[in-house]
Design a protein around this ligand. Sequence first.
Ligand SMILES: Cc1cc2nc3c(=O)[nH]c(=O)nc-3n(C[C@H](O)[C@H](O)[C@H](O)COP(=O)(O)OP(=O)(O)OC[C@H]3O[C@@H](n4cnc5c(N)ncnc54)[C@H](O)[C@@H]3O)c2cc1C
Length: 382
Amino acid sequence: MEFDWPREDAEFRSELRAFLDETLPDDWSELSKDGPGSDAQATFSREFCRRLADRGWLTQHWPSEFGGRDCTPWRHAILGEELWAIGEPRGPQYMNYNWIGPAIMHYGTEEQQAYHLPRMAGGQVLWCQGFSEPDAGSDLVALRTQARREGDEYVINGQKIWTSYANHAEFIILLVRTDPGSKRHRGISVLLVPMDAPGIEVREIPSVVGDRYFHEVFFTDVRVPVSCRLGPENEGWDVVSYALAFERAGAARYARAALTIDRLAELARERGMLEDPKIQERLGEARAMCEAGRLLAYRVIDLRTKGHPPSADTNLARVAGTRADTAIAELALEIFGAEALEYGSFADSNFRMAITAGVAVGATEIQLNLIASRWLGLPREP
Ligand SMILES: Cc1cc2nc3c(=O)[nH]c(=O)nc-3n(C[C@H](O)[C@H](O)[C@H](O)COP(=O)(O)OP(=O)(O)OC[C@H]3O[C@@H](n4cnc5c(N)ncnc54)[C@H](O)[C@@H]3O)c2cc1C
């Protein structure tokens, strides 16, 4: 067991920090205030990802045959930590590198890999995730969007909801029912659908997470070739389970939370609030939660590096990360007081991000259910 970073990884982190100092505009906090769905940040993110790609950093953990540099997942984790901590300037593209690209590497045909992966590795394409539906969120297998097969095509009809970044995305990774008589996990397939296909309509849903973030996406007789399917027909649940295992531990929430804690401690000192033992205690507790989130996330990366299949460790890491986020965001509200009411302020942005963390990618209650059954061996709910 070795808890220190190898020299070359530590050097990469320093180089990356210097690059970020140079590259991020002075008004980055203003630019990022409206979230990654805003037009301004989406435009900036494309340019930023292209620059990361030019340096070979964007997909360095991918195999070289797919545009990567064969680095271990640890390099990508360092990139994720540094970028998440400052508000994720890759914007929506982080999903390409964390889980959509890996799912295409694992399940894609040669044609799909040759078409999609170089575009992702070049930092030039935005994807969105079409999983949730109005009556299929936590219970994702209740999904009803259908893709009926007609010769060499699928004809898609249905609706998705809460689709982040659908307004900017060129592609959607879409979960559909391809066997109309099927139920639950069976009869589901995954399609890689261009967002400009005729019959797709995107409507924005206003939300607390920022401008133009959530959307409803409607599909009316959308025709795509069968070659758009990722993985075997009707066995899409395996593809999703594989992809979600990557996604759940993908965002380095603990890294941003740790920076927030440092800033809060400083502020509490300036305001004389450290004399209150309760504040001291909560700061210490929140820091411990961050550290737990970090170490549990590292365990997931370690297991992945060693080629172990996804396990309940991912759910544990996710719960610890979101709990740390929430505890810190609530503490920030208290320390900033009335200033936290200002839109886009440090405390406001943190709080808005934290309240959604326990819902996205499977709500905390669902993660806890999975831990109960997979880790503790408790009976699954009927
Ligand atoms: C920031 C953010 C980004 C998102 N981006 C996307 C995206 O890009 N694409 C996409 O497809 N979806 C996206 N989602 C949707 C997200 O996946 C769903 O919101 C989530 O799966 C929960 O589903 P739901 O909203 O339908 O809530 P519900 O499933 O209706 O759950 C409501 C409440 O009931 C609880 N609950 C439900 N079932 C159980 C149970 N069995 N045991 C205990 N408690 C239960 C839940 O924990 C939750 O608190 C996003 C959500 C957020 C917050």
